[in-house]
Design a protein around this ligand. Structure first.
Ligand code: NDP
Length: 512
């Protein structure tokens, strides 16, 4: 479509949607009830076409925070159409200008840090300490990193006997981004920043449990100068809004982060398009007797319980060399008991609530299995006693269990909560066999002072990522992703460039 046709079509879309947006804003202003979020399509706040909403609760306090559009296929179609219209002009915008928008967005996220931290904490139940040190700063970092990375990239040139090959990256077009509830803005911006930087237009479907920062990002991107229609958000439930987005023929690439079972559905619905699947994990922390014990207890506990154990990278299977097993388990349980569990909005809180009552109920079914299997509970094992408004929040104590076999569901399945198992091993070979003996393969950590052993073990682990004497250290240029049931595809640095753009080679005869 030429520029004139594009403008005309945009104007028609704008005219059609203006009345719907005005009606939405009017209703919203006068209602007095919980605020209603809108979809963000072509720069407008649009209510779902069917007019239905789901309540979004604060999981720590139980109160309704807002209502989220329960969008369906027609809303997805409107968002994809808006993205398709806006994408060519955005792709034609010089790289330097696109990167300036990314950098400005990073600044605006930092400007609005307190507001976004509170929003993320209320939506997820995570402590403000974590949202303020990890989630929101990382969202800003995602934008800044990709702006710098994309601007410093060199296009490949190959000279062959009188011919010059220049390989350029061209955007994929419209990309669909589907994100989970555990790190809402962090994971969304990990996808949005490279997608926009490379000239794509985006339709995002955040988890309906944690919708507000995706909505806030629309305002920040617009303030940073992103044209209308380049970033669109459709809220709603996975099967009703996510699946039509994944299957839409005009969506040329889908980046999905979520559970393995959902990932399989996404792969089936996507058809012939680019797909990146970042799925579940059941990550092992391998602790050798020659580790630095103080540092290892702290590091392993952090890997186990950060975000109440609701990070795909959490180390929930702790494997300890037999000679250190009793002492390590005791020290780990002591450390866990010292974590302060309580109001997520209190800056001193270490552990907040799980994301929802239903997710806590799921985690608790594993505690029942642990009881049936006669596991030893070294700490936790139930709900904490919290006062006042927090009494009915979705809190759960950090729990350390031993005595479970390798084939126990607690060892094999992703619990995604503050529940870890500790198993002993007698040799390097046994440690590696236990670590690799699950269907997941996302990440692992190795704790030892022996650098040769660390290298040897790391090379035999069947995971996409290994950390040695550390955890969750993220250089955004390195590949992120897993193997086996943890998904396929990598994102980060050059891998994100590969995913969010296509290589186009132009071979020219060189005239002497
Ligand atoms: P889900 O798989 O339930 O959902 C992820 C997203 O997919 C949500 O937005 C969800 O919407 C949507 N969705 C659900 N069904 C469909 C469908 N049929 N088609 C398209 N989209 C759909 O994951 P959770 O939100 O429960 O997040 C936790 C999971 O995410 C864990 O397994 C965790 O390991 C994984 N994860 C993986 C990471 C990685 O990088 N490997 C990082 C972080 C988390 P709705 O919320 O409405 O259901």
């Amino acid at each position: 479509m030429d520029a004139h046709g594009y403008d005309r079509e945009l104007r028609e879309v704008a005219k059609r949607d203006r009345a719907r947006e005005a009606a939405f804003l009017q209703k919203h202003a006068g209602s007095g009830g919980p605020p209603q979020l809108a979809n963000r399509i072509a720069g407008r706040r649009l209510p779902p076409l069917e007019g239905t909403y789901v309540d979004k609760h604060d999981p720590a306090r139980g109160k309704v925070l807002c209502q989220v559009p329960r969008s369906g296929r027609p809303d997805v179609e409107a968002a994809v159409a808006a993205a398709k219209l806006a994408q060519p002009a955005w792709a034609a915008t010089p790289l330097a200008k696109r990167c300036a928008v990314l950098r400005r967005t990073a600044e605006l996220i930092e400007r609005d840090m307190d507001r976004l931290v509170r929003m993320e904490s209320e939506d997820t139940g995570k402590p403000v300490k974590l949202a303020g040190s990890l989630d929101i700063p990382r969202a800003a970092r995602n934008f800044r990193f990709f702006a710098d990375f994309l601007e410093s990239r060199k296009e490949a040139v190959h000279l062959t006997e009188g011919f010059r090959n220049e390989t350029h990256r061209v955007p994929v077009g419209v990309v669909g981004l589907i994100t989970p509830w555990n790190l809402p803005l962090y994971l969304l911006t990990w996808k949005v920043a490279p997608a926009l930087g490379l000239g794509n237009a985006v339709v995002a479907k955040p988890s309906e449990l944690t919708p507000r920062t995706a909505d806030a990002l629309a305002d920040l991107l617009a303030e940073a100068g992103l044209p209308d229609g380049v970033y669109n958000v459709v809220h709603g439930l996975g099967p009703e809004a996510g699946e039509p987005l994944v299957a839409h023929p005009d969506v040329r690439a889908v980046s999905f982060t979520g559970g393995t079972a959902t990932g399989a559905k996404v792969a089936a619905a996507a058809g012939p398009k680019k797909l990146s699947l970042e799925l579940g994990g059941k990550n092992a922390s391998l602790v050798f007797s020659d580790c630095d014990l103080d540092e290892t207890v702290k590091g392993v506990a952090r890997a186990a319980f950060t975000n109440q154990g609701q990070i795909c990278l959490c180390g929930s299977r702790i494997l300890v060399e037999r000679s250190l097993f009793p002492e390590f388990t005791r020290r780990l349980a002591e450390h866990a008991k010292g974590l302060r569990i309580g109001d997520p909005l209190d800056p001193a809180t270490d552990l907040g609530s799980l994301v929802s009552q239903s997710h806590r109920a799921k985690v608790e079914t594993y505690l029942e299995v642990a009881q049936d299997e006669d596991a030893t509970v070294h700490c936790g094992g139930g709900r904490p006693d919290l006062p006042g408004v927090l009494a009915d929040g979705a809190f759960l104590q950090p729990t350390v269990l031993t005595g479970l076999d390798q084939d126990s569901p607690l060892v094999q399945e992703e619990i995604f909560g503050p529940v870890v198992t500790v198993q002993p091993f007698a040799s390097e070979d046994e440690a590696i066999a236990l670590a690799n003996g699950v269907r997941y393969g996302l990440a692992a950590t190795v704790w030892t002072k022996d650098a040769n052993k660390a290298q040897r073990v790391a090379e035999r682990l069947d995971t996409g990522m290994v950390w040695v004497n550390c955890w969750l250290v993220r250089d955004l240029a390195v590949p992120f992703g897993g193997v086996k049931d943890s998904g396929f595809g990598r994102e980060g640095g050059e891998w994100s460039v590969d995913f969010y753009s296509e290589a186009r080679n132009i071979c020219t005869k060189v005239t002497p």
